[in-house]
Unconditional design. Structure first.
Length: 170
């Protein structure tokens, strides 16, 4: 799997302060995507054991809430195995860190992937420019959902949306 970068101290791609792994490869090619440079599966650089060490060190700070997998699409067929392996290893090494994943696929198409057992929040659905809304929390268009993955799994895959209990909406 290739990736473009690892961002530390990110506050835009999930709750709290996060580390983001930006992977290469996306077949969705959403109009006005904010990251079209990540679409090509061959772009970026190969993810190595040294990169895992970089992720681990960035995540192993008390003020970091967790990791976000983004891109590109972490669930592009060529990325699934490596992203799953990274996610599983991080779950073992740093179990208190939350895991978020952004994908253009819908829950209904991917709910049975093994990585779901590791994820806390899945932001699903393609970005739709005609549904763009900059007031939405952690997503770009109103068709996308922030799914509480573990609650949804416990609810026989009937979707439970994630809600940030620390934000008060008026």
């Amino acid at each position: 799997m290739n990736f473009h970068k690892i961002t530390t101290n990110d506050i835009a791609n999930g709750r709290g302060v996060r580390v983001v792994l930006w992977v290469s490869g996306c077949n969705h090619r959403c109009k006005e995507c904010h990251n079209p440079q990540t679409w090509d599966i061959n772009s970026g650089i190969p993810f190595t054991e040294n990169d895992y060490t970089t992720l681990y060190r960035a995540l192993n700070k008390p003020y970091i809430d967790g990791i976000t997998f983004s891109g590109g699409d972490p669930l592009h067929p060529n990325n699934r195995e490596t992203v799953y392996n990274i996610s599983t290893q991080l779950k073992k090494d740093l179990p208190s860190k939350t895991q978020w994943l952004y994908t253009g696929y819908s829950w209904e198409d991917i709910y049975n992937l093994p990585i779901m057992n590791n994820l806390d929040v899945l932001v699903d659905g393609e970005f739709k420019i005609d549904l763009k809304d900059i007031t939405l929390l952690f997503k770009g268009s109103s068709n996308q959902r922030l799914i509480d993955v573990q609650a949804t799994i416990k609810n026989n895959n009937e979707i439970i949306l994630w809600q940030d209990k620390n934000i008060c909406f008026k």
